[in-house]
Design a protein around this ligand. Sequence first.
Ligand code: OMP
Length: 245
Amino acid sequence: MKVCEAKEKLIIALDVDRASRAFSLVERLNPFAGMFKIGMELFYSQGPPVVEGLIRRRGRVFLDLKLHDIPHTVARTSRVLTRLGVAMFNVHAAGGRDMMRAAVESAGEAAAAMGVNRPLVIAVTVLTSINQQAFTRELGLDGSILDRVVAWALLARECGLDGVVASAREAAAIRQACGPDFVIVAPGIRPAGADAGDQKRVMTPSQALAAGASHLVVGRPVIAAPDPVEVARNLLREIEEGNNG
Ligand SMILES: O=C(O)c1cc(=O)[nH]c(=O)n1[C@@H]1O[C@H](COP(=O)(O)O)[C@@H](O)[C@H]1O
């Protein structure tokens, strides 16, 4: 895989609470990542200016606010997020068909009014911090995580969404069910030997790519490392080599 293709696959999670820290990471990691993820911590502490600031620094933003509400509220919020100029945002598949349709339609309308491409809209399936035991006993859901993730991926695709967030452990089954162009964003990525922390369904970068993930989300292994640039460079190398066998 060429370096530029590999770079597009890597998303760095900017899980910090200050814009200055986020921007310093972006400046150092821009050569290695195709997108930066702004999640709840950074957005709730710094607000929309952090998104605009990152875009000005030529970063592409995945805004990870995991919308989950009634269709009307999600539609209006999707319009707001689209106007911020993000490249991708997410909603919870558990919000259901009408909510997912509302998100994608509203993002499409807002983007058309601005004369820009619609951001990718993807559905969070089963969080990577959930294992089968918690899925069954705490969430009270029937069947296997794998079957639920694939069912939600198919529903998301039917609603016009571009892809899903799922663990790479489900990536092969999603790829088979949803086809080659479906976006599969996999968090819970850990280089071999790295601490899993609270993540339960993890894979290494090369395993995740071999399974069919289109994008890998990596947070702590990079941003909490003594040398984030070195870890990002190694990740990119593993991604490049991964698909070359
Ligand atoms: O939507 C997400 O990005 C997400 C979904 C999921 O199921 N699991 C998950 O870890 N994430 C996010 O991916 C990132 C993973 O970070 P690390 O575990 O530090 O690599 C965090 O910012 C999470 O909020």
